[in-house]
Design a protein around this ligand. Structure first.
Ligand SMILES: [Zn+2]
Length: 257
């Protein structure tokens, strides 16, 4: 059993066959998927998918869309995360690669959403790209638990995350030939490790170049097992336990709420 802690099942690439994709994932042993939203508009679709399928969702504003943050956005995020299917604030963070929103706006919107999560007692799904210095500082200040999603940052971010008791989630990127940072995979403690697809993006080897889907999280787990020198079953067990501890009992598929 595995949990895909980060999939964009609301993406239009899944419009035609979303339910078949979810069934394929279940057949591959993926018991639960978190449907991640990246804007307040996309959140509504994520909730609907999560409700219809018994999966979970997130709500939050991605750094790309940070400049769309308005006065009423705090209230809206707070309303969204009070829904039973919502298990985290996300994805939020800093992206200085694309700089689609001004950096000061990205930091302000990220900080606001960290505080919303802290107040609600929910974890924060964090996107971080080429923003290591600011991200390190903001992780160190955060009183909400964070998940560094599709981890590909440097040592300072990694250390801040582990020292703060946060979680590190690896995606299909770790299966790429270009992936050199095996140290980070090896040094995450067993109880801080998560796996994800970030589908439809970043399809792992041997599916590279195709649309990614939650079933392929199996390849991420296999690679993590290989690098850590442990049986894949151990990765499955630990990452599933971690996801349930972090996001809640809804991920066991047993709760009716
Ligand atoms: Zn994502």
């Amino acid at each position: 059993m595995l949990i895909d802690t980060h999939s964009h099942l609301g993406d239009q690439q899944f419009e035609d066959d979303r339910h078949a994709v979810i069934e394929r994932a279940k057949a591959a042993g993926v018991s639960h998927m978190i449907v991640v939203a990246d804007s307040l508009e996309s959140a509504t679709l994520s909730f609907a998918i999560a409700r219809d399928t018994g999966m979970s969702a997130t709500a939050g504003v991605h750094p790309h869309a940070a400049s769309q943050w308005e006065d009423g956005s705090t209230d809206q995020v707070e309303e969204f995360i009070s829904r039973p299917e919502v298990v985290a604030v996300g994805e939020v963070g800093l992206d200085y690669h694309y700089d689609f929103s001004p950096r000061d706006v990205q930091r302000r919107v990220f900080q606001t959403q960290i505080e919303i999560a802290e107040k609600a007692g929910l974890p924060v799904v964090v996107h971080s790209r080429e923003a290591d210095d600011d991200m390190t500082a903001m992780i160190r200040d955060s009183r909400a638990t964070m998940i560094l999603h599709s981890f590909s940052s440097g040592t300072s971010v990694f250390e801040a995350a582990l020292e703060g008791g946060h979680y590190v989630s690896f995606s299909g990127m770790i299966t790429f030939k270009s992936w050199k940072d095996t140290d980070s995979i090896r040094s995450v403690p067993d109880d801080r490790l998560l796996v994800e697809t970030d589908s439809p993006y970043l399809a792992p080897v041997p599916h590279r170049g195709k649309r990614n889907e939650p079933a392929f999280v199996v390849e991420v787990a296999k690679k993590a097992a290989e690098v850590r020198g442990v049986p894949v079953e151990e990765i499955c067990k630990n990452t599933t336990n971690n996801a349930v501890r972090l996001f809640g009992d809804r991920l066991t598929n047993k709760s009716e709420s």
